[in-house]
Design a binder for this molecule. Sequence first.
Ligand code: FES
Length: 142
Amino acid sequence: MTHPADLTRRTLLVAGGAGTALALAACAPGGDGASTGAGTDQGTATPTEVAVLSDVPVGGAIAVMFDGAQIIVSQPTAGEVVAFSAICTHQGCIVVPEKKGLNCPCHQSLFDTATGAVLQGPATDPLPEVTVTLDGDKVLAG
Ligand code: FES
């Protein structure tokens, strides 16, 4: 029993959410240099827990959110963790962890789960690495 006005409001809220995400992305660090605390945030950011290592399959990967964007957290060997941007270097679609690697659904580029290297084009550049560390079973990014 959804009233048509409710549907319209929901649609607008969803659209507004996407717009907000784009606006936030546009304000990402390194943008316009309008920061008032020149240099004060360099190296002082607190790492953020993005995953629990036991949720990441050995030899596989999971997709998680970090700093408003999707990243891939991978465990190449037991106890070793690496992470990459999930944004395909071809045209910016989001890659998906699969058995054969990190697959881009847009044009089927394939990236190595352990290194982010291109296994199959059309992408030619590897996925950018995201710095992650382990604190016990917690995977920290940033
Ligand atoms: S955007 Fe990923 S292969 Fe084209």
